[in-house]
Design a protein around this ligand. Structure first.
Ligand code: FAD
Ligand code: EPU
Length: 312
């Protein structure tokens, strides 16, 4: 068993003794009081009481049983690129599907079977090497396949749901099933997959010349570099675009670029990005979000809805 202690967890080993049986013989990692700021692109977030990286599916089921037996929350984190985690952290289990078992990519002609823990950047690179196209619009999105499916990640007019043939999921009772595209509801930055644990997906691509694919990737990257703040920690766009226009334009029109609370700042480059300029706390970001919502409501009579997931 690999109980990885860190400096905050002196008392936790005692807590565990009664529960160790459930996780005995674990080949993956179990870290006590792991700071989630190490696992979010915002670099914000308090500790997860049990941070578990299961080695394989049976260990994932063990982690789920462990949470259910102890009646504590069970959450899955991808690359943490759309997450704001509270400063007090998560008094429960946070699972990261980053071991090899959950990152496999299998080529089946033009269909790619990919594990949910695989990074989109890795998937895109592998697809290019094999002359497979369709994923290029996901270039620059710093998430995993699982997070992208749950969030239905994309850009205006295109989203990952366009590529899906089916998705293999596990429900919170540990039952694995294959959902066809038609069985899943997808919307703007949301999907019904948020009710389960995503394990893998079959994505349909098309064949294209590798040079052409690379030039499409470059165009997407250049557009992103020109408009988005990529040099400081963030979670991308904080709010969904509204019915009356892009959130970034509305926030910008309120004169909020550069507005700071603690170390959290509205990006000067893209007003729908909040950046962590140093040691921002989740509380700073919440306060800044509330201020943005209020100013946009006062000026445009529309309430911005957060795009990022908030773990409190
Ligand atoms: P996380 O942030 O870790 O999690 C997001 C949600 O998915 C959480 O609710 C989590 O519990 C759930 N989840 C993750 N994995 C699983 C799983 N295997 N099973 C069940 N639930 C799971 N998004 C876009 O759509 N388009 C963009 O252009 C874009 N640009 C971005 C640019 C930057 C610089 C940044 C920082 C973010 C950007 N994002 C964008 C947001 C983010 O990258 C995407 O939403 C991404 O898909 C999130 O994936 P993740 O693995 O990081 O998920
Ligand atoms: N704008 C401003 N001021 C700003 C920012 C934007 O006036 O500070 C204006 C732009 O000039 C443009 C319009 O707002 O006319 C839209 O801006 P942009 O083209 O940057 O696109 P967006 O709607 O802000 C969306 C996604 C991004 C995605 C890009 C790809 C949402 C909330 N955002 O941004 O996704 O990368 O399109 O073009 O849907 C994310 O979801 O995290 C994300 C970054």
């Amino acid at each position: 068993m690999v109980w990885q202690k860190n400096s905050h967890c002196v008392k936790s080993m005692g807590d565990l003794s009664a529960q160790e049986n459930k996780l005995s013989g674990f080949k993956g990692k179990i870290i006590l009081n792991e700071p989630l700021r190490k696992h979010t692109t915002f670099k914000i977030g308090g500790p997860a009481k049990y941070f578990i990286v299961p080695f394989d599916l049976p260990e994932l089921i063990c982690a789920l049983d462990f949470a259910s037996l102890n009646k504590i929350p069970f959450l899955v984190i991808g690359a943490g690129s759309n997450l704001l985690v509270s400063d007090k952290g998560i008094d429960g289990v946070v699972v990261k599907l980053s071991s090899d078992s959950f990152k496999k990519i299998l080529f089946k002609d033009t269909v790619l079977e990919v594990g949910s823990g695989c990074l989109l950047s890795t998937l895109i690179n592998e697809a290019v090497q094999n002359g497979l196209s369709f994923l290029e619009f996901l270039t620059g999105i710093p998430g995993t396949v699982g997070g992208a499916l749950v969030m239905n990640a994309g850009i205006p007019g295109k989203s990952i749901s366009d590529l899906i043939e089916d998705v293999t999921v596990m429900d919170y009772n540990g039952k694995v099933k294959v959902l066809r595209r038609a069985d899943i509801e997808f919307g703007y930055r949301q999907s019904s997959l948020s009710d389960c644990i995503v394990l893998s997906a079959n994505l349909k691509c098309v064949r294209r010349d590798a040079i052409e694919i690379k030039s499409r990737i470059k165009a997407y990257l250049d557009a992103r570099k020109n408009s988005q703040e990529l040099n400081l920690p963030s979670a991308g766009c904080v709010f969904k675009n509204s019915s009356i226009g892009p959130a970034g334009r509305l926030i910008d029109s309120c004169g909020l670029k550069g507005k700071m609370i603690g170390s959290a700042r509205v990006s000067e480059k893209h007003a729908n990005f909040i950046v962590n300029t140093g040691y921002a706390k989740a509380e700073d970001v919440f306060t800044l979000m509330k201020l943005i919502i209020k100013d946009v409501e006062n000026k445009f009579n529309v309430t911005l809805e957060p795009e990022i997931k908030i773990w409190e």
